[in-house]
Each structure stands twice: as C-alpha cells, then as structure tokens.
Design a protein. Structure first.
Length: 187
C-alpha cells in the first residue's frame, strides 16, 4: 500500500492550544502507511490580498503553505471555535489555498475537519463553517469524518489528548473514515 500524506492545519495559534494537542495525538496515532504533517506557520501568513498574490512575489509563508498542500494527499483542518465560527488564521489559510481561482491547492483535494472547543458542542459550528469554506474553495470535503470534543479546557487541563483513551479511539475512527473515503474514491 502506498504512503498517504495528510497535511494538518491547526486553526489555533496559541502555544498551549488543545487543538494543537489534538493534532499531535492524531499524528501519534496515524496508521503506519499514513504520514501526518502539522503545518506550523499559519500565524506568519499575511491576510489574503490579491495585490500581494502576484506570481513570483507571493509571500514566502503563503507559498510554503501552497506547496505543502499541493504535496499532500489529504488536508485535515483542526479547528477551535472563535465566537461561533472558524478562527481567522484558518480561514485565511483556506483563502490562500483557494487561489488561483479554479486551480488552487484546495481544488479537488480531499479535506476533513475535526476539532475541540470549550463549549458543550465541541466546536461543531466552526467545523461546519470550515467545511463550507473549504468546499466553496474547491476541496472535496469528506463529510464522514466527524470529531468534535467539547469541554476542551477542562477535559485536557491535566491530560493530553494522546493519553485520553476515548479520544484515541475517536481518532482511529477518523483514520477509518479517511481510509474508507480513499477506497471509495479509488473504485
């Protein structure tokens, strides 16, 4: 079986982010044939502006994001919920990946969304908004991948998600859904 590369974009820029911890747990629990890469520079990407998206002059952080997304087989967006929606850093990454129009790195790219948030629903509104934005940008959104962990600040106050047996089991379900999508897409 060939190796599958999943580029993971974490919407939270905070060093102690529970979504970054969730992304780390996902990477640690990846099947042998899957490589999970966590892209670490969303905070360095300027807000999307067509005036600076000029061939040969694209800001280096945006160009690196596009190259990483082009090289990946799948994108995984890991998002908290900021005021009921997706954080600006993640939305900005989606905007950069959507361009050039019709040929951006998101165009046709299998993309899944998961996350954790402090609220009682685990950030489902932000996840829905991220799926919507990625889909409009041209991604092939994998709707079967669902993972929303509520109460993140309390739940992960003393336990890293990688050490939470229930979360690890849910992560396995994410990889099963991704594998099922790949199998169906190949058929």
């Amino acid at each position: 079986m060939s190796r599958n590369t999943i580029l993971t974009l974490v919407g939270s820029l905070r060093a102690g982010s529970t979504n970054l911890q969730l992304a780390e747990a996902i990477r640690l629990n990846a099947p042998e044939q899957v490589e999970v890469i966590i892209h670490e520079s969303l905070g360095n990407i300027p807000f999307y502006n067509e005036d600076i998206d000029v061939e040969g002059q694209v800001p280096s952080a945006a160009a690196a994001l596009r190259a990483a997304a082009n090289d990946a087989d799948t994108l995984l967006l890991v998002t908290p919920e900021h005021n009921g929606t997706v954080p600006a850093a993640l939305k900005n990454a989606i905007d950069w990946l959507s361009r050039p129009y019709g040929a951006g790195a998101l165009n046709g790219k299998p993309t899944a969304v998961v996350g954790t948030a402090f609220g009682q629903f685990g950030g489902v509104w932000a996840q829905d908004e991220a799926r919507k934005a990625a889909g409009i940008a041209g991604a092939r959104v994998i709707e079967d991948v669902k993972l929303a962990i509520p109460g993140s600040l309390v739940r992960f106050a003393e336990v890293h998600p990688k050490d939470d047996a229930e979360v690890v089991e849910q992560i396995k379900g994410v990889f099963d859904a991704l594998a099922g999508f790949r199998t169906a897409a190949a058929a």
